[in-house]
Each structure stands twice: as C-alpha cells, then as structure tokens.
Design a protein. Structure first.
Length: 131
C-alpha cells in the first residue's frame, strides 16, 4: 500500500468511526434540542482552532513543513474561529442559521484543503517534508 492509499484509508476509517459515534451517542441527545442549543457545544469547541496558527511558528513544527500547506491551514483555522465566534454571537438572532452554514462550509473546505490538497498535488500526506 503506497502512502496515498494508506492516507485515504485512514481518512475513510476515521470518517466511519465518527459516523458510528455520532449516530449512536451524539445524535440521540441532540435530536430534541433546538438548533442554537445543539450547535453551541461544537461552535465553542471550534473556538480553540486558533492552535492551527502554530503551523507558522518557527520551532513548533518541522522546518520541512511546506509553507504552501502551513500558511493556508493556519489562516483557515483562524477564519473558522472567527466564524464560530460570530455564529455564537448570533445565537438568538435571525442570522444564526446563515452564520452556522457559513462556518460549516468554510470548515469543510478548510478540512478538505488540509487533508487532500497537499496529498494530491505533492503526492504525499500533509506534514511530510521534502526529506
């Protein structure tokens, strides 16, 4: 199995595990809540994505980490933090649903970028240097 196949298998297995966890434990507890009540915990969790900015701090990550991955990933996480915070601020307002949608769309695109763009274009998983 080459690196790309292994990487795709890891992502697929992770998605299956999370789907099982969500279906079994999380969805039954959220099903009876309003959207603001159900979305609040995940939005608060995403307020901690500022940690992605560490990709740009020299000495925290490997010097071989590509700036082409690190910079967009760091800023993508920071934008996600801002969108999650905005959605939380709009919790009881009519614009809450569009804010949550914006956060989710941005977060999905950021995740896809972080996982697949370096792998596809550089033919190696994210974080693997030129060594």
């Amino acid at each position: 199995m080459n690196d790309l196949q292994f990487f795709v298998a890891c992502v697929a297995l992770s998605a299956c595990a999370w789907a099982f966890l969500c279906r079994t434990y999380i969805w039954p507890r959220l099903a009876n809540l309003s959207l603001p009540e159900a979305a609040t915990p995940i939005l608060v969790l995403h307020l901690f994505r500022f940690v992605g900015a560490a990709f740009m701090i020299q000495g925290v990550v490997s010097p071989t980490l590509s700036a082409g991955f690190a910079v967009p990933a760091a800023y993508g996480d920071l934008v996600a933090v801002l969108l999650a915070g905005l959605a939380l601020l709009l919790r009881c307002k009519p614009l809450f649903l569009p804010a949550v949608w914006g956060f989710n769309i941005w977060g999905t695109l950021d995740l896809l970028f972080a996982f697949f763009i370096p792998t596809v274009y550089n033919n190696r998983p994210a974080g693997r240097g030129e060594a």
